[in-house]
Design a protein around this ligand. Structure first.
Ligand SMILES: Cc1cc2nc3c(=O)[nH]c(=O)nc-3n(C[C@H](O)[C@H](O)[C@H](O)COP(=O)(O)OP(=O)(O)OC[C@H]3O[C@@H](n4cnc5c(N)ncnc54)[C@H](O)[C@@H]3O)c2cc1C
Ligand code: FES
Length: 264
């Protein structure tokens, strides 16, 4: 039976698609474009789709990915190969049919402050490629990408070609400034700025330091293992300051204080 659930903005539904482009973006990372059979909506940055090859049940579950761009009939994704699902997706040639469920969850709402700082750890940049393209003509947007360093050159170059003025930091100092993405954010933040984060949990937690400089608002996009993507299985539940929440429908984007109430 076809699924239709309205969570935020566009309706979550099961869609059929076909890979029309697949390219390597450096070691272990891939960009794919999927043409959507029935046309597509415009998901909010941070909303995600569960994606899997049609008719293939090993692995059983679709994997959550946040689009980096969307059009009336296509979605682009950027992902890192970490396990069975993503290595299978990376192996699929153009023409492969896929099933998608989405857009799922609550993405980043429109920014409410004057300046927006987007802080990402490696593949956490995915939703910010979309967000920066969407907002950079309307307000001052700074995008920060933190990567380990050596081996990430092609990925960093590819992201830089899509984000004018991208600020890169690397742990080993081989790319951009030496340091991490939160340190870079501390060097550019001004009182009242709005900050969005996406990346490893440890990085998201550290973003709380930006409140000390006077950040007006910090939103974070969380990762979790997903099964249904629509709030039914409780597999993605996590404790928050306001009780148990499901990352797939209550998030993946949350206020920082809700996720890290006891961090400081
Ligand atoms: C809302 C959301 C949006 C996402 N968007 C992107 C994106 O745009 N690009 C991208 O590269 N990745 C994204 N991810 C992460 C991506 O979904 C996982 O890397 C992927 O599901 C791993 O599947 P796999 O079968 O390859 O790995 P598995 O074989 O399932 O796991 C391999 C390893 O990765 C760990 N892992 C798997 N899934 C997750 C997860 N969700 N969070 C943390 N660790 C995990 C496992 O514990 C294991 O160690 C997103 C996740 C969420 C929840
Ligand atoms: S993945 Fe099923 S409730 Fe979130």
């Amino acid at each position: 039976m076809a699924l239709n659930v309205s969570v935020q903005g566009a309706e979550t539904s099961d869609r059929k698609g076909r890979i029309v482009l697949t390219e390597s973006v450096g070691r272990g990372c891939r960009h794919i474009r999927v043409e959507i059979e029935s046309g597509c909506c415009r998901p909010d940055p941070g909303q995600f789709f569960l994606i899997r090859e049609r008719g293939v049940f090993d692995p059983l579950l679709g994997r959550p990915l946040a689009p980096i761009a969307s059009s009336n009939n296509s979605l682009d994704f950027l992902f890192r190969i970490v396990g069975r699902g993503t290595s299978h997706m990376a192996s699929l040639p153009p023409g492969t049919e896929v099933d998608l469920r989405g857009p799922c969850g609550r993405g980043f709402p429109g920014p409410v402050k004057r300046r927006l700082i987007l802080v990402s750890g490696s593949l956490g940049i995915a939703p910010f490629l979309d967000a920066s393209a969407r907002y950079r003509d309307k307000m001052e947007v700074t995008v920060i990408l933190g990567v380990p360093g050596n081996g990430w050159e092609e990925f960093a170059k590819w992201c830089s070609s899509r984000v004018p003025g991208l600020r890169i930091t690397s742990d080993d100092g081989t790319l951009g400034n030496r340091g991490n993405a939160v340190e870079e954010a501390l060097s550019v933040i001004e009182p009242g700025d709005e900050v969005w984060g996406c990346g490893p949990n440890a990085m998201l937690r550290e973003l709380g330091h930006l409140f000390k400089i006077g950040s007006g608002r910090i939103l974070v996009s969380l990762e979790s293992r997903m099964a249904c993507g629509i709030g039914g299985c409780l597999g993605c539940s996590l404790p928050t300051a306001t009780g148990m929440k499901r990352v797939c429908v209550d998030g993946p984007v949350f206020e920082w204080q809700e996720i890290f109430p006891n961090a400081w």
